[in-house]
Ligand binder design. Structure first.
Ligand code: SAM
Ligand code: SF4
Length: 352
């Protein structure tokens, strides 16, 4: 892992770190401003999705995982440095003990106007219990992962999950006034034929829908090449009976959006294996152990937990973050048909 001794001025010149209004900014070595932080708050989960985890996962010892206070300090430092959007993920964020306390504490940045958005990505199983509180704390949109509406298939894909709980969670979030985006991983053998129905179901509820190509992250029990479904093919198929109109809407991430004229809903395609989004990439990821990954598709890593637990002052922490951001790579390294995963860590460690 990268050592973080570089001072901000060694990482890049001081004038590059400052916006016109003199607020500090995180600019990487390729001139991209980092304004979006995803924070994995736990590596644990109540499901074991086949493309994400091995059936018998070994989870991290608690001492290695950042405390709620450490998560708050790190996330808040990024906000001070110009991050405008914070997404909590995991593992499953809603199984982390004390998660609502963390959301409540972080919501102070929404109130102060420092943050535009506080959001999370969840599997939805615990959402029904938390939806009202999340809405009250200022969470306006969330992503819920749902690959199928079929109870048997859902149970098999998640190794034991109950799809009714997820649907109940989605309905509770919508009733609380939270916008929900449904994310589905496109799986050639398992849900390819169901995708149009899933899209219609989401759009009928007023939810946007995003399809994700499987990514080669971490060793799992299955062969991923076997399940890989190109979203180019999915789009071609959908276009044979629907009118898809490209939207300019861009998030700085790997999603491209279209409007489905027949349903009136928005449909995103996340194709992380293509390089077409790296240029505008505005995001970095923090694992639950405090490792900062500046690119989802590379093994680059900076250990911010060591900095925190080494007793760093606020200034030293800021310097360490600037040094890490300064070495964000230009682009990723994915190849789905490679014999080994391009990146050894699991998605549940990095956060989706
Ligand atoms: N547990 C939460 C959930 O499932 O939404 C948040 C974490 S999960 C790792 C985030 C997203 O990553 C989910 O939408 C999941 O489907 C997706 N994901 C996990 N492993 C993946 C893989 N190998 N390729 C593509 N997407 C993956
Ligand atoms: Fe858990 Fe999300 Fe991974 Fe599924 S995708 S095992 S719900 S972390």
């Amino acid at each position: 892992m990268r050592s973080l001794s570089a001072t901000p001025s060694e990482a890049y010149p001081m004038e590059d770190m400052t916006s016109p209004d003199d607020s500090p900014r995180l600019i990487d070595g390729f001139g991209r401003a980092v304004t979006y932080l995803r924070v994995s708050v736990t590596d644990r989960c109540d499901l074991r999705c086949v493309y994400c985890m091995a059936e018998h996962m070994t989870f991290l010892p608690k001492a290695q995982v950042l405390t709620l206070e450490e998560l708050d300090r790190l996330a808040s430092t990024f906000v001070d440095l110009g991050v405008r959007k914070l997404r909590l993920t995991g593992g499953e964020p809603l199984v982390r003990k004390g998660i609502m306390e963390l959301v409540e504490n972080l919501s102070r940045h929404l109130k102060s106007g420092a943050l535009d958005e506080l959001t999370l990505t969840t599997n939805g199983t615990q959402l029904a219990q938390h939806a009202d509180r999340l809405a009250a704390l200022g969470v306006k949109r969330i992503n819920v992962s749902l690959d199928t509406l079929k109870p048997d298939l859902f149970r098999r894909l998640t190794r034991g999950g109950d799809v009714a709980k997820v649907i109940g969670g989605i309905d509770a979030a919508l009733a609380a006034g939270i916008q929900v985006k449904i994310n589905a991983v496109a799986l050639k053998r398992d849900n390819a034929a169901e995708l149009p129905g899933l899209i219609q179901w989401a759009h009928a509820r007023g939810c946007d829908m995003t399809l994700i190509e499987t990514m080669p992250l971490g060793e799992i029990d299955e062969d991923r090449t076997d399940q890989f479904l190109s979203l180019r093919d999915v789009r071609r198929e959908l276009s044979s009976y629907w009118t898809l109109t490209d939207l300019a809407y861009a998030t700085g991430g790997p999603a491209r959006y279209a409007k489905v004229e027949e349903t009136g809903g928005r449909l995103g395609f996340i194709t992380p294996l293509s390089h077409n989004f790296c240029e505008a990439c505005n995001r970095v990821r923090l694992t639950c152990t405090g490792t900062l990954h500046t690119c989802l598709g590379r093994d680059d890593a900076s250990d911010l937990r060591a900095v925190l637990r080494g007793g760093a002052t606020d200034g030293e922490l800021v310097a360490a973050i600037h040094a890490a951001i300064g070495s964000k790579p230009k682009g990723h390294d994915f190849q789905v048909d490679a014999p080994r995963p391009a990146v050894a860590r699991h998605m549940s460690t990095t956060g989706g």
